[in-house]
Write a protein that binds this ligand. Structure first.
Ligand code: C5P
Length: 275
């Protein structure tokens, strides 16, 4: 894993960042799409978009929202206006950069469908893409930079990962008369396990090929697709890993939202600067 400090964005002129924000957010229990849920006075999607812009790696930012959601479309337009006023992040002082275009598309029934919809809306000159979960709204800029640097260094696919702290076991359903509902079938070697985050970076042609192959999956196979890198793995293309960050947690449950609020506003906020 890459552990070199990276405080400046790599010069990745032809990169798009796809932000998938079309999930229902049922597990968060707010009764609204997760992207709209308030976090520290703004929405989860606003935090995610500001993080992408601050990283300064995108020529285009393409957001997949729940189909026909006018509020989230407006939110993206407001963000684009905010960006136009504040200006894009320059890779170095005095270096002129182009304002990223902000595109909004209707997402699909699955995360992979949302990614495919966004890939179809990328500008023709785009060569590389970072696919990012809006739910990972507090991802540090340095993680975007590590992923972009690995792409610039020649990787076809690169993912940010963190070590797994729990012991992880495989299980199967136990017999009806067993003393507990599940039976352990094995223990994974923890030192070889990594928890995978986003943004996941790809050469665009590679990711398009991977998603084209997945479009023919049956319902069972499609349901098993939880990230983009696994589709690229299925092509036999090497997927590289760089260091992720604890703050990149995917806000999924009410507890995650409390942790995210704490990171933004709590006593840890000012002290916790993990990159
Ligand atoms: O539900 P899951 O944890 O896989 O969601 C991860 C990310 O994918 C979230 O940011 C969510 O908004 C997005 N997503 C999407 N379209 C879907 C399902 C999830 O854009 N149909």
């Amino acid at each position: 894993m890459d552990s070199a400090p990276t405080n400046t964005p790599p010069a990745a002129a032809l990169t798009a960042v796809v932000v998938v924000a079309a999930g229902s957010g049922e597990r968060l229990g707010y009764g609204m799409p997760k992207a709209k849920v308030p976090l520290g006075g703004d929405s989860i999607l606003t935090h995610a978009l500001r993080g992408v812009a601050a990283a300064g790696v995108a020529r285009q930012i393409c957001v997949a929202i729940p189909p026909g959601d006018p509020e989230l479309r407006n939110l993206c337009e407001t963000f684009a206006q905010e960006l136009a006023v504040e200006g894009p992040q320059a890779p170095a002082p005095g270096v002129a950069v182009q304002l990223p275009a902000v595109t909004v598309v209707d997402g699909g029934a699955s995360r992979a469908d949302s990614v495919r919809a966004a890939l179809a809306a990328l500008q023709p000159e785009i060569e590389a893409v970072l696919v990012h979960d809006a739910a990972r709204a507090l991802t540090p800029e340095a993680v975007f930079h590590r992923v972009s640097r690995a792409l610039a260094a020649g990787a076809q696919a690169v993912i940010p990962v963190i070590p797994v702290v729990d012991t992880v076991k495989t299980v199967e359903a136990a017999a009806a008369d067993a003393p507990a509902p599940e039976l352990v079938t094995g223990t994974a070697a923890r030192e070889a396990l990594r928890a995978v985050q986003t943004p996941q970076g790809f050469q665009l042609a590679t990711l398009r090929r991977a998603h084209a192959a997945a479009a023919t999956f049956d319902a069972g196979q499609a349901a098993a697709v939880t990230d983009d890198a696994m589709l690229v793995e299925l092509l036999g293309v090497p997927v590289h890993a760089v260091r992720g960050a604890s703050q990149s947690l995917k806000i999924t449950t009410p507890l995650d939202l409390i942790i995210a609020e704490g990171l933004l506003e709590g006593p840890l906020g000012a002290r916790w600067v993990e990159g």
